[in-house]
Design a protein around this ligand. Structure first.
Ligand code: ADP
Ligand code: MG
Length: 351
């Protein structure tokens, strides 16, 4: 057979490349909220307020009282790979901020309309400016502003028809956003968070800054959860096995729920770890006769160079040094706690 002519290879238009990449970073409205709230946390905010319209497709607005953005930085703010958080690749090894890629804001401008209002300390007025496809649409306009930054994303995925359709058909992202803010609120207890639907007077998440983790959990998840929590702590500092500290709260045998709630922060990053989740679920199922699903909050700290945060653009997964050992240690600590509480309960019920 005659070989077919090979198709010609050509360079993709930059706007196509950027939109494709943006669709990976911002997969759905809740991913945009996560990026914005993490930016607010990185900006040392003590108050972060989120407003959402139409599950985030019409409007996402995140306001904070952080350090703000310098006027002279506004022209490049939403370009790809512009950041104040990272300079050299080696910095990644000790990075404390959530962000480092300088891609989130840029991505949002490729799949939505972004407006930034910001004021820095000591300024008499703030600036407002809008962005599309990475570039500033006009010179920043002077405006009244309170401390911090407000970022507004309108018409998310207006130029990604298929994405928009599937999101409109699927369950509303609003509950995912509420869930996300709840998680942030019980970890960053020195920050107050709120999340509401546009036009609503009542907030669906409302936390005030507190010194007590348990108070924070109570204000977000309710007393029915905190009543049944046990504090748990595990650590290891033997370099030949693993080096980490974990502290958290786990539900006892009186807690009843149909679904597991697992809130996991590793080095202050909200992440998922399916292996750890599974290990804990197994312990609960084996220890508790009625197989109630647990509530778990865990904060794991390890040396920064034991964790690779650069695994995925959404940074949802990280990889850890000695992951198996760490999981095993946590699993047996959970089992120990649970057995003890279960036995003391049986004892109480008998006596
Ligand atoms: P990254 O967080 O990876 O640096 P982003 O695109 O999310 O990238 O943000 C780009 C830069 O914009 C940040 O490095 C930060 O300097 C600035 N920035 C973004 N959001 C805020 C905010 N809420 N307050 C202050 N500065 C912000
Ligand atoms: Mg960021």
């Amino acid at each position: 057979p005659v070989a077919k002519e090979p198709p010609k290879i050509h360079r993709l238009d930059e706007s196509v490349v950027n939109r494709i990449a943006a669709g990976e970073v911002i997969q759905r409205p809740v991913s945009a909220v996560k990026e914005l709230v993490e930016n607010s946390i990185d900006a040392d905010s003590t108050s972060i307020n989120v407003v959402v319209k139409d599950g985030g497709l019409k409007l996402i607005q995140v306001s904070d009282d952080g350090h703000g953005i310098r006027c002279e930085d506004l022209p490049i703010l939403c370009e790809r790979h512009t950041t104040s958080k990272l300079s050299t690749f080696e910095d990644l090894q000790s990075i404390k901020s959530m962000g480092f890629r300088g891609e989130a804001l840029a991505s949002m401008t490729y799949v939505g309309h972004v407006t930034v209002t910001t004021i820095t300390k000591g300024q008499l007025h703030g600036y407002r400016v809008s962005y599309r496809d990475g570039v500033m649409e006009h010179e920043p306009k002077a405006c009244a502003a309170v401390k911090g930054t407000q970022i507004m994303i309108e018409n998310l995925f207006y130029n990604m028809i298929a994405r928009k359709k599937t999101l409109q058909n699927s369950a509303d992202d609003y509950s995912k956003i509420v869930d996300l803010l709840s998680r942030f609120a019980i970890h960053h207890i020195n920050v107050s968070f709120s999340c509401r639907k546009h036009g609503a007077t009542r907030a669906d998440v409302h936390s005030v800054a507190t010194a007590s983790r348990l108070d924070a959990i109570k204000s977000v998840y309710g007393v029915s959860v905190t009543r049944n929590l046990m504090k748990i702590e595990v650590s290891d500092d033997d370099p030949s096995t693993s080096v980490f500290e974990m502290d958290g709260f786990i539900s006892n045998s009186n807690y009843i729920a149909k679904k597991i709630t697992m809130v996991l922060f590793i080095n202050d990053r909200l992440v998922e770890c399916s292996a750890l989740k599974r290990a804990i679920e197994i312990v609960y199922a084996a220890t508790l006769p009625k197989a109630s699903k647990p509530f778990i909050y865990m904060s794991i700290k390890l040396p920064p160079d034991h964790i690779d945060v650069n695994v995925h653009p959404t940074k949802r997964e990280v990889s850890l040094l000695n992951q198996e050992v760490i999981i095993e240690k946590i699993q047996s600590a959970v089992e120990f706690k649970l057995r003890n509480s279960n036995e003391s309960r049986t004892f109480q019920e008998q006596s």
